[in-house]
Design a protein around this ligand. Structure first.
Ligand code: F6P
Length: 319
């Protein structure tokens, strides 16, 4: 291996820059050249590929987002598009590609691997929804953003004796909602993995009111229900003013936490190690604080992310 490429794809996440930096610096330290691809698979297809030097990744470890840019590029599902992308990589003499992103990005890396082009996937998403890893790059930062938002909402909802509903991202994974509920001391958490029973939620809130509670915090994962309509129903039922807050893309931004920077740095350097050891078609994870790697095809086709029952039960127990 003499030259490797690196790209970030899909929804950005804080810590992606730290991961790119680690790939670049670890590779350069082994005498390998690194090429950055702009805007994910889109830039790969458009041949927007440039050589990265040591200084290209100076002053980025603390910055959210990704300086390489990211994009969602559904056309990459077409084999002809991917073939052109591989031609571009070959034209630059790039032997392998490190892909930093979520499950859509992993799918692209899997397809390239199946076409004979070696890729290493690093889990970069705030959703924490990738199989084969306990944590993804960006999750911890987003979690801290949500926790801080809950703290702020608590101040005002307590003052006004209101019920607050906070909708958090996660796509179809409840990790962000559950962890934030525990960290922020929210009374209720609703996650897609457990289904949503509106009547039960309202009954639980009622129960809290009967016990003398005059405010409540509900953390709910996006795509479960319309939170503004839910707020109206809860208000009508309980008689307590209820407000819904959709945190949205604020959760994706900001300077990465130390935990995310370190995770990204470890994973980026590990990706280079794997390539040097002759591994391709792998994806990197962290389990019990140990770096691990799996076959990327197996990861996508067969591995499942276990639901964190303990975290769910804890949020319920501490209510
Ligand atoms: O996958 C990251 C994520 O932020 C999800 O939590 C969310 O559902 C989605 O991306 C939003 O996508 P977009 O930025 O394209 O609106």
């Amino acid at each position: 291996i003499k030259k490797i490429g690196v790209l970030t794809s899909g929804g950005d996440s804080p810590g992606m820059n730290a991961a790119i930096r680690a790939v670049v610096r670890a590779a350069l330290s082994k005498g390998i050249e690194v090429y950055g691809v702009r805007d994910g698979y889109l830039g790969l297809h458009q041949d927007r590929i440039e050589k990265l030097e040591r200084h290209s990744v100076s002053d980025v470890i603390n910055r959210g987002g990704t300086f390489l840019g990211s994009a969602r590029f559904p056309a990459f599902k077409e084999e002809s598009v991917r073939r052109e992308a591989i031609e571009n990589l070959k034209k630059h003499g790039i032997d392998a590609l490190v892909v930093i992103g979520g499950d859509g990005s992993y799918m692209g890396a899997k397809k390239l691997t199946e076409m004979g082009y070696p890729c290493i996937g690093l889990p970069g998403t705030i959703d924490n929804d990738i199989a084969g890893t306990s944590f993804t790059i960006g999750f911890d930062t987003a979690l801290n953003v949500v926790m801080e938002a809950i703290d702020r909402l608590r101040d005002t909802s307590t003052s006004h004796k209101r019920i607050s509903i906070v909708e958090v991202m996660g796509r179809h994974c409840g990790d962000l909602a559950m962890h934030a509920a525990v960290a922020g001391g929210a009374e209720f958490v609703v996650v897609p993995e457990k289904g949503f029973n509106k009547a039960e939620l309202i009954a639980q809130i009622d129960n809290g009111i009967a016990k003398g509670k005059r405010h409540a915090m509900v953390t709910i994962c996006e795509h479960v229900t319309d939170v503004n309509a839910l707020a109206k129903e809860i208000e009508a039922h309980t008689g307590l003013e209820t407000r819904a807050t959709i945190l949205g893309h604020i959760q994706r931004g900001g300077s990465p936490t130390a935990r995310d920077r370190i995770l990204a740095s470890r994973m980026g350097a590990y990706a280079v190690e794997l390539l040097l050891d002759g591994h391709g078609g792998r994806c990197v994870g962290i389990m019990k604080n140990q770096l691990v790697h799996h076959d990327i095809i197996d990861c996508i086709e067969n591995m499942k992310r276990p639901f964190d029952e303990e975290m769910f039960t804890l949020s319920d127990t501490l209510f």
